[in-house]
Design a protein. Sequence first.
Length: 406
Amino acid sequence: MEMSDAREMGFDPERLARIPAFLEGRYLAPGLLPGVQLLVAREGKVVHFSTQGPARADGAPLRDDAIFRIASMTKPVTSVAFMMLLEEGKVTLDQPVESVIPEWRDIGVYDGGGAGVPFRTKRPDRPMQMIDLLRHTSGLTYSFQNRTNVDAAYRETRLERWHGGHDLDGFAAAIAEIPLEFSPGTAWNYSLSTDALGLVVQRVSGLPFDRFLAERILKPLKMDDTGFSCPADQAHRLGDAWAFHPKQKKILYDRAAESAWLKPPRLVSGGAGLVSTSADYHRFCTMLLNGGALDGARILSRKTIALMIANHLPGGGDLTEMSRSLFSEAVNAGQGFGLGFAVNLDPAKTMIPGTKGEYYWGGMFSTAFFIDPIERVSMVFMTQLMPSTTYPIRRQLKTLIYSALA
């Protein structure tokens, strides 16, 4: 990977060098995290790249070109795909979702029942719109939230099975049988909204969703190691994935040699399905930072990106005010949500260094990225431990990176 001089790019090299030592002392030496990889760039030029720790349980070291399960870092890619269709005049943000997913025409809002008792529903205040899918105000949910009778129904129907379950059409039909958590636009709830957005892209474009991403985004951006499965001839680059355990620190969740990500899924998840590399996701971030283009490939216009990274939460609220469950914690104060990304509205409320207008997201295996369009800084962080809320590493990394700006 081509490196630029950190000092010339406005960073203090000694302060950047503190980051690998911090990761080693705080997380790797105590065995809290498996291997970690960090890429920091300014103006799209890499000023720091470090790879540390093991990739697999057998101690094999993490490779610089390692392939990672990026989970919800898939969501911004899917959101970009939808916005490409918007630019072509094929969809709009205020368009009813039922115009593309007619299976949802009669979907109601939860009004009682569940746990063996038939659901009672009421009509939503207004139809679900495409913008609700992009900003997670649709009323959909995730099965792992373990909070309501609605997400319990998601678990019972195994909606999120990628292998041997539904395809995208079957996924939509199954959701139609379960109520919404709330009327669209009235609250924020992290959900399968972006998976539904993948189906919208598929039906509107006339291409299978994975093929649309491959032909319209991944290939033009030369993201050659990004896709919905890891190719067999690249399996040696995939690491193990781990889950937090309170006593053992971490336990094996998905062994690389037998990984579910080694075979193409039946349900192509636009919300969580991609594998990628730091170098590939850096190219995606640089395209966004550049106003929608990279190395001659134009993906979006700069005005479309400006629209995506504005706060679209109703009333201009933040996640702590709008969220029904996940991301309602105090550490999300000052954070809004745009069309596929969280957005920093007020750095003072976040209580860590940052920039108003910086946008970001992460994945359940603790991967993360952020893009600062003012300072022109971007970060990609990769590791493989779930859940992502186990340690405050994202806040710590952001603090360390901003502290290294000269």
